[in-house]
Design a protein around this ligand. Structure first.
Ligand code: SF4
Length: 272
């Protein structure tokens, strides 16, 4: 079994408890305007173009010509065994810190078959597992993967389906339905709310989101403030950054969002 992997980050202290290794897979059905990992969106491999030569027209640079030197494939085509071997290098750190392995994307459900087999192997070694998901995919795949997952980090972006479609390219019915089903049995779901100025930060959306999560008894929410760290990636991919404004929230605005969510009985906090 193989998958396109854009990055394997060892020693991470985010995306789940303890010290972790985070594996980023390629492929995502969403197109969030604020996406900071645009290299994970397309299913097929692409090139980083460090000096712009590819996007100036050298579509197929020969291996010897100068343009080829500035190109590097975005993702590596890896076998399950290769990924397993790398993530197991930090086994001792996982044991000592309560950490483990997190699978991210892109959308991990795009690579659910690979993820399930990898987690089956990791569970044989008693490694803690986490996934980061938008929840947009086949529920059976999500369920099968979540059964092997200790912590599910589940994104929630906009409660209004039309707005969700406008800002991410897909409506949210499948996502909310999958989340509702998952919430009935999974023991550890942490919600993640990417908080984007002028997009999903209106009080109505914050309140609707809080009400929905409270109803499902999903109390843990991480509010993720907007950042512009992905900007350079768009340039290297020869793509335009889709967000019209780069404005960030003030601390007071972020605290206000946390306060509103907590007034519904949630345990919201700022993250990152
Ligand atoms: S779900 Fe994540 S990877 Fe996919 S487009 Fe949105 S931000 Fe990017």
């Amino acid at each position: 079994m193989r998958a396109l992997v854009t990055d394997i980050e060892r020693g991470a202290t985010f995306d789940g408890p303890g010290i972790r290794t985070v594996v980023y897979f390629k492929g995502c059905p969403l197109r969030c305007l604020w996406c900071s990992n645009p290299e994970t969106q397309k299913l097929e491999n692409e090139f980083w173009d460090y000096d712009g030569s590819l996007y100036k027209g050298n579509k197929n640079p020969c291996s010897g010509c100068p343009a080829a030197n500035s190109l590097k494939q975005v993702a590596k085509d890896m076998t399950l065994e290769e990924v397993f071997e790398i993530v197991m290098k930090d086994e001792n750190f996982y044991r000592n810190s309560g950490g483990g392995v997190t699978l991210s994307g892109g959308e991990i459900l795009v690579n659910s078959g690979f993820a399930i087999e990898l987690f089956e192997k990791l569970k044989e070694e008693y490694v803690n597992t986490a996934i980061e998901t938008t929840g947009y995919g086949n529920y059976k795949d999500l369920e099968n993967l979540a059964k092997l997952t200790d912590t599910v980090l589940f994104d929630i972006k906009y409660l209004n389906s039309q707005k969700h479609k406008e800002y991410t390219s897909v409506s949210n019915e499948i996502i909310l339905e999958n989340l509702t089903k998952l919430s009935k049995w999974h023991k550890k779901i942490i919600m993640r709310f990417p908080f984007i100025k002028g997009i999903n930060d209106d009080e109505k959306n914050i309140r609707q989101t809080a009400e929905f999560l409270k109803k499902l008894n999903l109390l843990e929410v991480n509010i993720l403030p907007y950042h512009t760290m992905g900007l350079e990636k768009y340039r290297k991919l020869g793509r335009e950054y889709p967000m019209k404004t780069l404005e960030k929230h003030t601390q007071a605005e972020l605290d206000n969002a946390v306060g509103i969510m907590n007034s519904y009985g949630l345990k919201a906090k700022l993250y990152g």
